[in-house]
Design a protein around this ligand. Structure first.
Ligand code: ADP
Ligand code: SF4
Ligand code: MG
Length: 367
């Protein structure tokens, strides 16, 4: 195991609306990202992914409030710092957050180099315009971005170039953690690949030490991240390696997310994708028991009444071997899920459903 760059323990944050209602958008979230590793966070819209990303910066302003937990960046707790200290000593240098649709928020009347000057000046770094330009040009060239972009305005750039430029601006001060919220969602496939490649280049070259990639598309994370967490209604419901989460999801919500995006093969177009019926609960008044219970086809009476916690697979089933070598076995034991149903029962139910779906597909393709 590498050195922990980001450690999040029981982080809880909420919005307080204009009508003084609490929205519990991040509820006791815990995870770690090690040096050189990438974490993917997946979940439907409204599950709290962006709020978690925003909360991870340790910089809170109305209507978002911190209510508990810790965020340690390279061993340093940023939750006990003043907002001014966080702004000067954390944002951009320790943690960089690229909000959803950030590329569309670039002021169209300013040249790209101005944004880089703003980032540097926000940290009170005394650098001349020439030094800033030289730093920016060198970084852009290393990242295969044409340096003439620095003198251009955002409107002159294509979507993919704009997004890569935003990433280059946000990481100019070499933060330890880069958090990118849906960085490729609005882009075509080839631009998506370039954006993802650039994020990896930043890590390979040592400009960033770890990365969090947020998306509503779980399978996209398979080739992009080492580990994946699935979020539902402000809570983590399952975490594991990218391979485990994409090919062998265990929580009924993760399984539903995977089933709802598998593209039907040719000749099977009449087979319905099994989207998860219903919508996530209102986080002003989250359910008492399992937050997924209203939509879960395996729900039992207890699911609606008992508080369901995250448990490691090794704790639920100490006999788990999970794979051919010891590394796989350790990874399997370290997986965690938030469900009261035993792992083997869920897996048996999925095996039956998957077999039935395959039979249906075959029947349709022969028609
Ligand atoms: N400014 C806000 N004020 C109040 N509630 C908000 C605000 N922004 C988001 N929320 C609520 O917080 C929850 C999580 O939203 P969000 O983090 O944007 O989810 P995601 O990124 O997964 O789509 C949702 O219920 C959403 O309605
Ligand atoms: S705890 Fe119950 S309702 Fe929640 S995911 Fe598990 S089976 Fe479904
Ligand atoms: Mg979002």
């Amino acid at each position: 195991m590498g050195k922990a760059i980001l450690e999040v323990r029981d982080l809880t944050t909420k919005y307080i609306t204009r009508f003084k209602e609490d929205v519990y958008a991040v509820d006791h979230v815990s995870f770690t990202v090690d040096e050189g590793r990438t974490l993917g966070i997946a979940g439907e819209s409204g599950c709290g992914k962006s709020t978690l990303a925003l909360s991870l910066m340790g910089y809170y302003f109305s209507p978002l409030y911190y209510t508990g937990g810790q965020i340690l960046v390279d061993g340093r707790d940023i939750t006990n710092m003043s907002p001014d200290e966080v702004r000067k000593n954390v944002l951009g240098t320790e943690v960089a957050y690229i909000p959803q649709a950030a590329m569309n928020a670039l002021n169209p009347t300013a040249k790209i180099i101005r944004f880089i000057e703003d980032v540097i000046h926000a940290h009170d770094l005394k650098m001349s315009k020439k030094d800033i330009y030289d730093l920016a040009r060198e970084r852009f060239e290393i990242l295969n971005l044409p340096s003439d972009v620095l003198q251009k305005h955002a409107v002159e750039l294509s979507g993919g170039m704009k997004q890569r430029t935003v990433i280059a601006i946000s990481t100019i001060l070499s933060p330890k953690v880069l958090i990118a919220d849906e960085p490729s969602s609005a882009l075509d496939v080839s631009s998506q690949k370039l954006v993802i490649k650039m994020m990896y280049d930043l890590m390979r070259m040592g400009y960033i030490k770890s990365m969090i990639f947020i998306t509503h598309e779980l399978p996209l994370l398979y080739n992009v991240t080492d580990n994946i967490m699935v979020m539902y209604a402000g809570q983590i419901v399952e975490s594991g390696t990218a391979k485990q989460m994409v090919f062998d999801p265990v929580h009924p919500y993760s399984k539903g997310l995977m089933n709802s995006i598998i593209v039907p093969e040719e000749g099977t177009r009449d087979v319905k994708l099994t989207a998860i019926p219903g919508t996530p609960p209102n986080l002003k008044n989250p359910p008492q028991g399992c937050r997924f219970a209203e939509r879960c086809k395996y729900a039992q009476h207890l699911c609606h009444t008992s508080f369901v916690t995250m448990r490691r697979f090794g704790e639920v089933d100490p006999g788990l071997l999970g794979g051919e070598d010891e590394g796989d076995a350790v990874a399997e034991r370290n997986r965690a899920y938030r469900c009261i149903v035993p792992i083997h029962e869920l897996k048996a139910a999925y095996a039956e459903e998957d077999a039935a779906r395959r039979r249906d597909k075959e029947a349709v393709s022969y028609e």
